[in-house]
Design a protein around this ligand. Structure first.
Ligand code: FAD
Length: 453
């Protein structure tokens, strides 16, 4: 008998419930990845993610080969391609991880219908992509939590599923596939892009959890230190599923301590946003909560923001890190997003689209809902607060090292003075004057939200 394991955002062999079920279900398994033009049409295949994905597929193929199998890659519409593989191999079941986006839901529905017509079952597995499946904990009378703190209480009490051991042996039937895509073939990749793949992800987790006094142990004190760069950088691995979120929660809890607890709480934020998107797929585009905003749309300002030339050094540093690495520190994401959505009062969708174009961890749930959180149209319980980028800079980049690292024009300005260079120094160093006056921008935003000056 034959089953098909359709990989999506779960590109691993360890702690992989869908793959384990596909192997249990049949004597032969087709481990399948479909390069779906629908992803391209939706604009999700930005170069950084395509390059990282190529690493992930190569590593997944290695992992399967070590178990006697291999990865089968095909290009084409996902439903047609899966049906062709099912017809060609006589497969009786297709296994897939439950997705949370509108796109994933549509794919599951279309697959279920098309496979039913072929007498083949679609088996959708929970607990593959998030630590806790969306909908596993809910408030009374609602399908999802709209506030993080009560969600987190229930999430923490719920516990996670036990570990699923990786299959020891995988036998793949005769089936044609294409060459694996190569990272080197992708143009327009950020020069500092991280390496992808399950092996790299597992190596990172190991060192993240083992470094005594640094890594996860120091996470609580150091996670907001912009220059210290002391977060896990596991987000792209979680996005592509080269790491299991469940396994990470389990292992961090086993490690214990205040750092591990703070880290697990961030993993719960990931689940939180996924359960919001699963219940409200429209929140990928529409305001989760409407505030009557009439966003400004000043193309010149938005371009300066995208290019890291706003004249606000901490904002420019973040935007340039994003372009160079395809990744940005969380504190920098918060303050650059706040600068766009509240200081410039530009539509959060414009900022979210730019992030998605570059972020290697760019994710519908985390990106769109964090943007909404910052813009005050999402789940923040204080939607009208506005971050002062200068105060943020002085607090989270106290000696200015982060700015000097990413804004080389300002590398000669010592200490915290780099956060607000004098006009003469800006002109001399070729660094722009501030795009807006922060005080005036704050007043404009307050008026727009009906709060008065
Ligand atoms: P760590 O601090 O080591 O945290 C561990 C993990 O917890 C992360 O890898 C991530 O999976 C999860 N996590 C941490 N913070 C958050 C959060 N606020 N929301 C959801 N999950 C979180 N994260 C993405 O994965 N993809 C995105 O597209 C994305 N876009 C964002 C856009 C904005 C405007 C903001 C403010 C945040 C965004 N985040 C996004 C959340 C967060 O910034 C990143 O997950 C984090 O910076 C990744 O770095 P890390 O792995 O070192 O995080």
């Amino acid at each position: 008998s034959v089953s098909v394991m359709l990989f999506t955002s779960d590109l691993r062999v360890h702690d992989q419930p869908a793959l384990a079920a596909a192997v249990r279900d049949a004597t032969e398994v087709v481990p399948l990845f479909v390069r779906d033009p629908g992803i391209h049409r939706a604009g999700f295949d930005a170069p950084n993610r395509r390059a990282f994905l190529a690493d992930c597929l190569a590593s997944l193929d290695d992992g399967l080969r070590r178990r006697g199998g291999r990865l089968v890659v095909r290009s084409g519409d996902v439903v047609d391609t899966v049906c062709r593989v099912v017809t060609g191999t006589g497969a009786r079941s297709v296994h897939i991880a439950a997705g949370v986006s509108g796109y994933a839901a549509g794919r599951e529905e279309a697959l279920a219908a098309a496979l039913a017509a072929l007498g083949c079952a679609l088996r959708v597995h929970d607990g593959v992509i998030t630590a806790l499946p969306p909908g596993r904990v809910t408030p009374a009378n609602r399908d999802h939590f709209a506030v993080f703190t009560p969600y987190f209480r229930r999430w923490a009490a719920a516990g996670v599923r036990p570990e699923v051991t990786a299959p020891r042996r995988i036998t793949v039937p005769e089936v044609a596939g294409e060459a694996l895509p190569a990272r080197a073939e992708v143009a327009g990749v950020s020069p500092g892009l991280a390496v992808g793949g399950e092996e790299e992800g597992r190596r990172r987790v190991k060192s993240w959890l083992a470094r005594a006094g640094s890594g996860v142990d120091a996470y609580e004190e150091r996670h907001d230190d912009l220059a210290g760069d002391a977060t896990s950088r596991l987000s792209p691995h979680l996005h592509f599923g080269t790491l299991s979120a469940t396994e990470l929660v389990r292992r961090a809890r086993d490690r214990g301590g205040a750092g591990a607890e703070a880290f697990v709480r961030q993993l719960a934020w990931r689940d939180f946003h996924h359960q919001v998107l699963a219940a409200r797929p429209d929140a990928a585009r529409a305001d989760y909560r409407t505030r009557g905003d009439r966003w400004r749309d000043d193309e010149k300002e938005i371009t300066a923001w995208r290019e890291g030339r706003t004249g606000c050094p901490i904002v420019d540093a973040g935007m340039r890190q994003l372009r160079h690495e395809g990744w940005m520190h969380n504190r920098a994401r918060l303050l650059t997003a706040s600068y766009l959505a509240k200081t410039l009062y530009a539509d959060w969708r414009t900022g979210a689209a730019h992030f998605l174009q570059l972020l290697v961890d760019g994710d519908m749930a985390n990106n769109q809902l964090n943007w909404q959180w910052v813009a005050g149209t999402g789940t923040d319980t204080r939607p009208n607060r506005i971050l002062n980028p200068l105060a943020q800079a002085r607090r989270f980049d106290a000696d200015g090292s982060y700015v000097r690292r990413w804004v080389p024009e300002l590398a000669s300005v010592p200490g915290p003075a780099v956060h607000d260079p004098a006009p003469a120094d800006r002109a001399r160093l070729g660094y722009p004057a501030p795009l807006v006056d922060l005080g005036e921008a704050r007043d404009r935003f307050s008026r727009a939200r009906g709060l008065g000056d």
